[in-house]
Design a protein around this ligand. Structure first.
Ligand SMILES: NC(=O)c1ccc[n+]([C@@H]2O[C@H](COP(=O)([O-])OP(=O)(O)OC[C@H]3O[C@@H](n4cnc5c(N)ncnc54)[C@H](O)[C@@H]3O)[C@@H](O)[C@H]2O)c1
Length: 264
């Protein structure tokens, strides 16, 4: 029997328009538990995932939004309320992870693009969601998809690691202000998931370290206590928990979903 913890609730998931991405897995899981989902992504990517949620009997709409543009993010939040009547859960999942270079080759544009989407875009989402949730005065959940790169450093990923570390400070600050409104603010920190941008990173890291992708993945599995890289389902389950009533006293956290790879 499927648990339905989110009947009557409305959730926005940014960056959820790619079929194999973490955002699509999160959106699909929340929908299966009863939530009405706003699937959002860059132009041209939004209709497929919302269409498949509806085809499975769920409720969803699609709304294109570049999270690095504050006006577009506010329009996304307004769409959730206009189209579905309310907002309960906001998942900041959109992210850029395929701009990876040795330190000395990173340009100003490389740096800004990653920070603008991963850190500033998450801030815009958090702010737009909080404005509605505070007004509704019924509490709410804001969840960011950070990363293991929010806790540890990785080579060739200076802006990515900085953006994700920045999310740890962002939830700690926002949670203090929003607690009195019954709104929790947390990060989920997955380790390496082999779909989505993780698939691109496999190729990049394997090439940079002189290994095949298969060798690279085998080495990764060997160092993870649970014996495998993460899956999109692992992340979706953690998001669903933090979005649920059971997690009502958990806020300001950055929850590792890493099979034990990330210990702090
Ligand atoms: N795959 C992994 O190994 C892994 C691990 C830890 C954290 N993450 C994080 O999970 C999130 C999802 O990543 P994924 O692995 O599913 O990769 P992905 O590339 O499939 O998903 C990222 C999504 O964000 C969207 N996006 C990019 N820029 C955007 C913008 N400006 N506005 C709106 N949407 C935008 C993309 O179109 C894409 O659909 C990211 O925040 C990523 O940093 C991924």
């Amino acid at each position: 029997m499927t648990i339905r913890r989110f009947d009557g609730r409305v959730a926005v998931v940014t960056g959820s328009g790619r079929a194999n991405g973490l955002g699509a897995a999160i959106a699909t899981h929340l929908a299966a538990e009863g939530a009405t989902i706003v699937v959002s992504d860059l132009d041209g990517d939004v209709d497929g995932v919302s269409g498949s949620i509806v085809a499975e009997g769920g409720k969803a709409s699609a709304f294109a939004c570049d999270v690095s543009d504050r006006d577009q993010v506010r329009a996304l939040a307004a769409h959730a309320v206009e189209c579905h009547g309310r907002l309960d859960i906001w998942v900041n999942n959109a992210g850029v992870g395929n701009i990876m270079k040795p330190l000395l080759e990173v340009s100003v544009d490389d740096w800004k693009r990653v920070i603008d989407v991963n850190l500033t875009g998450t801030f815009f989402g958090l702010q737009a969601a909080a404005e509605i949730l505070v007004r509704q005065a019924e509490g709410g959940r804001i969840i960011n998809i950070a990363s293991q790169a929010a806790k540890s450093g990785f080579p060739f990923a200076q802006a990515y690691c900085s953006s994700k570390h920045g999310l740890v400070g962002l939830v700690r600050s926002a949670a203090i202000e929003l607690g009195k409104h019954g709104i929790t603010v947390n990060n989920v920190c997955p380790n390496h998931v082999t779909t989505g941008l993780g698939a691109w990173q496999n190729e990049y890291f394997a090439g940079m370290t002189g290994r095949t992708v298969e060798q690279y993945l085998a080495d990764m599995a060997a160092r993870i206590p649970m014996g495998r890289p993460g899956s999109s389902r692992d992340t979706a389950l953690a998001v669903a928990f933090l979005a649920s009533d059971e997690a009502h006293y958990i806020t300001a956290e950055s929850l590792n979903v890493s099979g034990g790879e990330e210990p702090h």
